[in-house]
Design a protein around this ligand. Structure first.
Ligand code: CA
Length: 308
């Protein structure tokens, strides 16, 4: 896809978003995306690799691979676009006559998503969050649609699988896909603005496992047991009410009890002040945490989930 940058913006004059399409025989279409947020790396790693290594003879159907959806953000290493500050994941359905980010959303909304039967959109924590590695799908009103998505999540074989409640679905790529009846799954695989050998490996295995489950990929797969988690309500999320220095008292994957203090936020303006305490509002485990050591008011500092 060629990005319609203005001619006087020389830094971006001829940038195009890389895309690979592999089609062979009959079968469903998978739309695989990473870099929806530009500072999340497991998706781009797995998808640049897949685009280079997927043998056409192993495909039955079609695989559309876009390793870096919000390509300007990916090149800049930032969550949102450096051109228009657009958060692609919140820009749907987009606008054909809008800003660059809105145009990318529009291209997915009107051109790519309608071709797809299933969509896998890779996310990680970015620079601000770190997640337990999980594949996820949303709790949906249509139970048949929901079950199709959870079957692909289980096939992905991440260490954890999440039944995800969306607290604010407005403008999301996920919602755009689900509203078209597409089977949509996503991931959170680490974060902190980098990737590890472990999380990159999970992503590379997971995408082939999902394509195999969908009947599109005929090559070897590497499935594993997964631990299901549930995020039942808004009590899963804890936000900082004041800025400060965060002191973790539990780490990712640690079990917590309702009321347990899991982090402290120390005021940094002067010594001698009591910290703000962050406590779990449910029994469960810590599945995401703020990554940088300093937090701002309103930052998400912890996410808890319940084991199923
Ligand atoms: Ca993300």
């Amino acid at each position: 896809m060629r990005l319609p940058y203005s001619r006087d913006d020389s830094a971006w004059g001829s940038v195009m978003i890389p895309i690979t399409v592999i089609k062979n025989g009959e079968g469903p279409t998978a739309l695989l995306t990473g870099g929806n947020h530009g500072d999340e790396y497991e998706g781009p790693i797995a998808l640049f690799d897949l685009a280079r290594t997927l043998n056409v003879e192993d495909v039955s159907g079609r695989v559309i691979i876009v390793p870096a959806m919000n390509y300007p953000a990916f090149v800049a290493g930032t969550r949102t676009s450096p051109i228009d500050k657009g958060n692609l994941n919140r820009s749907f359905p987009g606008r054909p006559d809008g800003t660059v980010t809105q145009k990318i959303a529009d291209y997915f909304q009107r051109e790519l998503l309608p071709l797809a039967n299933i969509a896998l959109d890779f996310h990680s924590g970015g620079k601000t969050l770190d997640f337990l590695p999980f594949c996820a799908a949303h709790v949906l009103a249509d139970r048949v649609h929901e079950a199709s998505a959870f079957a692909l999540v289980e096939a992905f074989s991440a260490p954890y699988s999440m039944k995800m409640l969306e607290i604010d679905a407005v403008g999301m790529y996920d919602t755009a896909a689900e509203d078209m009846g597409k089977v949509f799954i996503t991931t959170e695989l680490g974060g902190g603005g980098t990737a590890t050998a472990k999380t990159a490996g999970i992503a590379k295995r997971g995408v082939r496992n999902v394509l195999s489950k969908a009947g599109i990929f005929k090559g070897p797969v590497d499935v594993a047991q997964t631990q299901w988690l549930d995020m039942p309500d808004v009590d899963c999320f804890c936000f900082a009410e004041d800025a400060g220095l965060i002191e973790p008292l539990v780490d990712l994957g640690d079990a917590v009890k309702r009321g347990q203090i899991t982090a402290r936020i120390h005021p940094i303006g002067r010594t001698g002040q009591a910290p703000i305490e962050i406590s779990a509002k449910m029994d469960g485990l810590l599945c995401a945490r703020h990554f940088p050591g300093l937090v701002k008011s309103g930052d998400c500092v912890a996410v808890f989930a319940v084991t199923v």
